[in-house]
Design a protein around this ligand. Structure first.
Ligand SMILES: [Fe+2]
Length: 323
């Protein structure tokens, strides 16, 4: 089954792992790249995109993924995404150079892709968004196994996320997410007891992760001819993009902040519940509201459950540099 894929943020609670038996070729295949493993061992989060390491199989994976998604994007994707794909001039046949993507992207909204070696702790991820940088995975899934990948790859990040970043209103909502993370870290810094601070942050990070999931990753938008997809988990999933719109059993409801922040989710199957926004201005207003609720304490005790908030996420907020 074609499954859900998250951003490089830890909020997916997924951690890539690799064994020495995976290290058979020196290319940029997900979970099997010596280059990435070395970067991780060296503690390098931000990396260059070593383009020459992409193998023909890597490019073939991109080509197959792109070709089969095109008709589905035409049918199910929102107009801003379609415009974004056009603006970025992505090559259907070859994995993109991130510097080329940035050359087209930056003049539109100020956003840029930023290559990472993998997992990005939550505060760092959101803080990148605040600075209009998008942590971007550079590896790609195997050409013979296109359908299921629990961790992000360059197809999910560049073909699924980045076209949305060409839209000014969407970009502002993403930046607002980053500002919310800053507010959370500031508020946590003002809490004296370490246990109280940890409880507060765990709840707030969970609330933010859920809201991000139900919007940026799996959001639907109301359009003049029915619902369209703007969530990147759907935009990069051949099977789920159609399921999200067509399947009668999927619950689709207008986005309610109080529901989304208390609703757990699972990443290894098609999503049974999706939320709809009217516009990206509507989305921006809800992120604004998220911050207001954070300030009044409404996010301090959200419902327990998924996603798991791990130690590194907590530490990233506790040790945040608040400039
Ligand atoms: Fe994602």
């Amino acid at each position: 089954m074609d499954g859900a894929i998250m951003s490089s943020s830890s909020v997916s609670s997924f951690r890539p792992s690799m064994t020495t038996t995976d290290l058979t070729t020196n290319d940029l295949t997900t979970s099997a790249s010596p280059f990435i493993e070395q970067a991780r061992c060296a503690g390098e989060l931000y990396i260059e995109q070593p383009y020459e390491l992409y193998s023909e199989e890597n490019h073939q994976a991109w080509r197959k993924l792109y070709a089969r998604m095109l008709p589905r994007w035409d049918r199910y994707a929102n107009e801003h995404f379609l415009k974004g794909i056009h603006s970025l001039c992505l090559d259907p046949d070859r994995i993109p150079h991130l510097e080329d993507v940035n050359r087209f992207l930056k003049p539109l909204t100020g956003f840029q892709t930023k290559a990472v070696s993998g997992y990005v702790p939550a505060f760092i991820f959101f803080d990148c968004l605040r600075n209009r940088a998008f942590p971007t995975t550079i590896t790609i899934r195997r050409a013979g196994k296109l359908d299921y990948l629990p961790e992000p790859d360059i197809f999910h990040d560049v073909a699924g996320h980045v076209p949305m970043h060409t839209d000014k209103h969407f970009a502002e909502a993403l930046v607002r997410f980053g500002e919310c993370a800053h507010t959370a870290a500031e508020m946590a810094a003002g809490i004296r007891g370490p246990d109280t601070r940890t409880h507060y942050l765990t709840s707030v990070i969970r609330a933010m992760a859920r809201f991000f999931w139900f919007t940026i990753e799996f959001g639907l938008m109301r359009g003049c001819d029915g619902f369209k997809v703007y969530g990147s988990g759907l935009l990069s999933s051949y099977g789920e993009i159609a399921h999200a719109i067509e399947a009668p059993e999927v619950q689709r409801y207008p986005l309610q902040l109080e529901w989304a922040i208390n609703q757990g989710f699972e990443i290894h199957h098609y999503q049974p519940l999706l939320f709809i926004v009217d516009s990206f201005d509507h989305l921006f207003g809800l992120v604004d509201q998220l911050e207001r609720w954070m300030k009044t304490g409404k996010l301090s005790n959200v419902a327990p459950g998924e996603p798991v908030v791990n130690e590194e996420d907590l530490k990233s907020f506790l040790h945040a540099e608040l400039s």
